[in-house]
Design a protein around this ligand. Structure first.
Ligand code: C2E
Ligand code: MG
Ligand code: MG
Ligand code: MG
Length: 280
């Protein structure tokens, strides 16, 4: 009768909790073990210079190779990691792993690349961030400019004084700071001026339907001008088409990222196609 009992157990769960809550609970139990079981992976997406297509580095994007559910994207498990504090050890792993990969690229001659790591707000609340970064750079013998940290305005705003203080220390160390999804947050220009950023990343939302004469074109041009004024590099995310690329280049956007230039991919694949391309 074991089978029947199993079924009853399942039915009991179904009637007392909704299926989604049950699934989240299961996912959380799995996530607690994901690190030690080596199930987390970083994919990398190239960042290229707009005028000549030269690769200047890559952004690390977290994936979870779940034993039953397959490869999961961040939106399928990061909210849970943030809610439960698991984001702290996961975030430390990401920083360390991205730095380990940057070391491999340095060995292959890409000394001036920068690997970009995304940070969420809860990682700022945890005081160990600066130390985590410092020791990862040291362990992998990197220069601080080999690392870029991507933060959204809302992330930096959540506990602004604390976050700014931490970002200042990271910037003083020489680490680059990129403002991710720029234009979507609760943007105060005064606040932007206080952020020790080196790069603005224009949100994909402004790129998706970008065409000459549109509102998006005016906004993108304004962001590029703002970047110039504040002495920040400007990169566009979500570049999918050749017309978008040409237009952004024409507008003076410094760098591009998106499926057109390269999808997020395993480190080895990025190395094969962007570091040591095989002769055709
Ligand atoms: P993000 O940092 O803004 O990353 C860009 C997202 O857009 C990525 O989704 C990327 O795969 C996707 N993307 C890139 N190019 C294109 C394109 O041309 N078209 C379209 N439609 N999408 C494109 P992904 O990998 O699912 O990551 C989603 C978000 O999860 C990231 O947004 C970032 O905020 C967060 N995230 C990813 N990895 C980490 C991490 O290690 N730590 C933290 N704290 N957050 C992370
Ligand atoms: Mg990002
Ligand atoms: Mg983004
Ligand atoms: Mg985003």
């Amino acid at each position: 009768h074991a089978k029947d009992q199993g079924r009853d157990g399942y039915c009991f769960f179904e009637s007392s909790m909704n299926a989604n809550a049950h699934e989240q609970l299961q996912l959380l139990q799995d996530l607690r073990h994901a690190l030690e079981r080596n199930e987390l992976v970083l994919y990398y997406q190239p960042k290229v210079l707009a005028p000549n297509g030269q690769t200047t580095g890559a952004e690390a994007l977290l994936r979870w190779q779940h034993p039953q559910r397959g490869l999961l994207a961040p939106d399928q498990f990061l909210p849970l990691a943030e809610k439960t504090g698991l984001i702290v050890p996961i975030g430390q792993w990401v920083i360390n792993e991205a730095c380990a990969q940057m070391r491999r690229w340095r060995v292959l001659g890409r000394e001036d690349w920068s690997v970009a790591v995304n940070l969420s707000a809860s990682q700022f609340a945890h005081s160990g961030l600066v130390e985590t970064v410092r020791s990862a750079l040291q362990r992998h013998a990197l220069e601080p400019r080999n690392l870029t940290l991507e933060v959204t305005e809302s992330t930096a705003m959540r506990d602004a004084d604390t976050s700014l203080a931490i970002l200042d220390r990271l910037a003083e160390m020489g680490v680059s700071i990129s403002i991710d999804d720029f234009g979507t947050g609760y943007s105060s220009l005064l606040y932007l001026k206080r952020l020790p950023a080196t790069e603005l990343k224009i949100d994909r939302g402004f790129i998706r339907e970008l065409e000459a004469g549109s509102d998006d074109a005016a906004i993108v041009a304004a962001i590029i001008a703002l970047g110039r004024t504040l002495n920040l590099k400007v990169i566009a995310e979500g570049v999918e088409t050749t017309p978008q690329r040409s237009f952004l280049t024409e507008l003076g956007c410094d760098s591009l990222q998106g499926y057109l230039l390269g999808r997020p991919m395993p480190a080895q694949q990025l190395t094969d196609s962007f570091v040591t391309p095989q002769p055709a």
